[in-house]
Design a protein around this ligand. Structure first.
Ligand code: MG
Length: 252
């Protein structure tokens, strides 16, 4: 299934992609859901982030070439940081270039979407806790990262975690082409087969640290090829079998 969340009169609604339409559901994919007969065209729908995470749990340096471009050793243990719920952004919305930042980077990432509360889950059981996968952009105020000594400020501005456009459970997360484009030009291109720590391992590992709640996302890290963006740029995160997450950089 491909799940989507759209703006609808009366408030956001979840739906399921059915060809070029969205079939609305009662309830949500994170609890019980009932299909309705109500269908709207996908083309005209205002897409929202497909989930509302309580936290974005992010993995740093999880592609070998990205660690190398920073001249950092290949991690032997996942490097974990958080993005706050307030950094979530919708498809097609603006990413705000903060005035205190000189260099604003994209980071194409496969996001794991947690479907039900996960605590101390073994790797062999994680499939029961994963709703599916979506595209994420781990937007980063790069010049603020070394200044701070740790990553919270650089990663946490409002609008810095675009998610979408869909959540799908129809892909193999270990073998997906992943790409970022700025104004149509490919900037990063890799495959999730190059991840150092794999999605199933990460869900288990993190569930033994913190309770993962329905809708929480795990951003699995970005491949090499990062660079900066300017106000007016369009950035696309493209993942095979999921779709394209598009945002534009806007002035504060
Ligand atoms: Mg990242």
């Amino acid at each position: 299934m491909k799940y989507v969340r759209i703006q609808f009169p009366g408030g956001p609604r979840f739906g399921i992609i059915d060809g070029d339409t969205v079939r609305l559901i009662e309830g949500s994919p994170f609890g019980s859901l009932v299909m309705t007969d109500f269908v709207v065209p996908l083309a005209g729908a205002k897409l929202l982030s497909p989930c509302e995470p309580s936290k974005g749990v992010c993995i740093g340096l999880n592609y070998r070439d990205h660690a190398e471009e920073f001249k950092l050793p290949i991690p032997t243990e996942p490097v974990v940081f958080l993005k706050p719920s307030t950094s979530v952004n919708d498809p097609q919305e603006g990413i705000v270039f903060p005035p205190q930042c000189k260099r604003l980077d994209y980071e194409a990432e496969l996001a794991i979407v947690i479907g039900k509360t996960a605590k101390n889950v073994e790797e062999s059981d994680v499939h029961e806790y994963i709703l599916g996968y979506t595209c994420a952009n781990d937007v980063t105020a790069r010049d603020l990262q070394p200044k701070q000594g740790q990553w919270t400020v650089a990663k946490s501005f409002d609008t810095f975690m675009p998610l979408g456009p869909f959540i799908t459970d129809e892909v193999d997360p270990d073998h997906l082409d992943i790409e970022s484009r700025v104004n149509g030009k490919t900037m990063q291109h890799s495959n999730t087969s190059n991840l150092i720590f794999k999605p199933a391992f990460l869900v288990s590992y993190l569930s033994k640290v913190m309770t993962l709640l329905p809708g929480d996302v795990i951003l699995t890290g970005t491949p090499g090829g990062i660079s900066g963006m300017q106000v007016g740029d369009q950035v696309d995160i493209v993942i095979e079998g999921i779709g394209t997450l598009t945002n534009t950089i806007v002035a504060p």
